[in-house]
Design a protein around this ligand. Structure first.
Ligand SMILES: *Cc1c(COP(=O)(O)O)cnc(C)c1O
Length: 467
């Protein structure tokens, strides 16, 4: 055997692993990060995770208190989910769901219908929260044209102010966060809107006691005026996430469901953020005994492992799409990777873990601990509101508590608090001046204490006028 000389060998060998400064430079100059001002971006290179902790390239340890952007559920490197993916990988990584299927994906669809609110018996898979919403919008639109008593004039949508439903153009159209969405207005379709139902910063003359009626009356007024044109109302149940964790007055979701039924408008529940245990129940809709017509799931679906989304629909909607091929009633929509078997294997394993580790049963102790911490943080001088729904906590910073006057947004107080926490080993991402605490459901009480301590340190330092 002639010895192989590396310098003349033309088979591609493994590339030299780049050194850290090089990786950081590429991360600043080549990778275009989501929702990030790249001119100011400071790299943070996460190398690995274990449980509710992640480790950066230098081995620094952080608690993942933002669940890797609201999607991780059972922690990182969960043995059962890891094994399920490896097992699926030994069979096949991907096959199409356009006109064909895969046994893992079929099993997941069935399992989702078993745990979803009643009546949602059909599952359309896509890849992200935004696509789950696009699918729901288009299904609702097509449904009204094709149902037995067609109502083709129902082409428009109703959404809440400050809503966030993803960044594709349908999702942006029903979205209402000015900072993200206004720029794209010329590209969007028209949407009817009601003010976001909230529990803090109530409108003048509205109290905590009258808030529910106030917001439902506003909703009814819009439905009464426009229901003939409305295909569906889109709603983030209980908590409007990206808006800054705005929390509905109790009863709003159920009231909205009843109004939608009365005015013959479909309800699309976007549980992309609040689904899979975040609010304390598997789905937020369960908290108010609501079954929507369409349910959008994504983030936590695979336990936060792989991109996958699902849009669940009722029998009535499904039936409106049935017919002979030449009638052209099928749903004209699809994504290449929709229903990906690796992701489906992760999702099935995540649902197994919910059962085997009794994840939902463990939550009350954790939400109680979070409540204790938020109650304490609420007393700090620049905290206007500290609100909670299940394992979602939000601390809103204000310049002045009495008047609820916000800080100048350019001061980036929320961001400063999170940077402070990061230096103490806790990863958080704020929404403006709202510091969000949204750890994996697997978080321990001790880890919750550590998160709260880091947030408290940051609030004391950056709330108090220090910059
Ligand atoms: C994150 C989110 C989306 C978008 O999900 P992506 O997977 O980021 O596309 C949609 N709706 C809600 C409520 C979300 O929080």
């Amino acid at each position: 055997m002639p010895s192989r000389d590396a310098s003349t060998d033309d088979t591609p060998g493994p590339r030299q692993a780049p050194a850290r400064p090089e990786l950081e430079r590429w991360d600043r100059e080549v990778v275009w990060h989501a929702f990030t001002q790249m001119a100011e971006y400071e790299p943070l290179l996460i190398e690995r995770g274990q449980g509710c902790r992640v480790f950066d390239i230098d081995g620094h340890e952080y608690i993942d208190a933002v669940s890797s952007l609201w999607c991780n559920v059972h922690g990182h490197r969960h043995a059962h989910i890891d094994a399920a993916i490896v097992n699926q990988l030994s069979r096949v990584a991907h096959t199409t769901s356009l006109g064909a299927s895969n046994s893992t994906t079929v099993r997941l669809a069935k399992r989702l219908t078993e745990i979803a609110p009643a009546g949602l018996n059909h599952v359309f898979f896509s890849d992200d929260g935004a696509t789950a919403v696009e699918v729901a919008l288009k299904m609702a639109f097509q449904y009204w044209r094709q149902r037995p008593d067609p109502r083709p004039q129902k082409t428009s949508f109703l959404a809440l102010g400050e809503a966030y439903h993803g960044d594709t153009l349908g999702g942006v159209s029903v979205g209402g966060v000015a900072k993200f969405h206004d720029l794209f207005a010329p590209l969007l379709f028209d949407v009817k809107r009601v003010p976001p139902p909230r529990s803090y910063r109530l409108p003048h003359g509205v109290t905590v006691e009258t808030a529910l009626n106030h917001y439902l009356n506003q909703l009814e007024a819009v439905l009464a005026e426009h229901h003939e044109q409305l295909a569906a109302m889109v709603i983030e149940p209980l908590v409007q996430g990206a808006a800054g964790m705005l929390m509905h007055p109790a009863g709003y979701l159920r009231g909205a469901r009843e109004l939608c039924r009365r005015y013959d408008v479909l309800m699309i529940a976007d549980e992309v953020a609040v689904g899979f245990g975040r609010t304390g129940r598997m789905f937020a809709c369960e908290q108010e005994d609501v079954s929507p017509d369409l349910l959008c799931l994504a983030k936590g679906l695979t336990g936060g492992y792989l991109p996958m989304a699902a849009t669940l629909a009722t029998d009535a909607i499904w039936q409106a799409f049935l017919g002979r091929y030449d009638e052209g009633r099928q749903f004209f929509h699809g994504h290449t990777y929709g229903g990906n078997p690796l992701a489906a294997a992760a999702a099935l394993a995540s649902l197994d873990v919910f059962e085997s580790e009794r994840v939902l049963e463990q939550l009350p102790a954790k939400t109680a601990r979070l409540r204790e911490h938020l109650t304490r943080l609420a007393e700090l001088p620049h905290v206007g509101d500290a609100r909670q729904c299940g394992l979602i906590g939000a601390v809103e910073l204000v310049a002045e508590r009495e008047s609820q006057r916000p800080f100048d947004w350019r001061e980036r107080r929320g961001w400063q608090v999170c940077q402070h926490a990061r230096r103490r080993g806790v990863l958080l991402r704020p929404l403006g001046d709202v510091v969000v605490i949204m750890p994996p459901l697997a978080i321990t009480l001790a880890e919750l204490d550590q998160i709260a301590e880091a947030v408290e340190g940051g609030l004391k330092f950056h709330g108090s006028g220090c910059r």
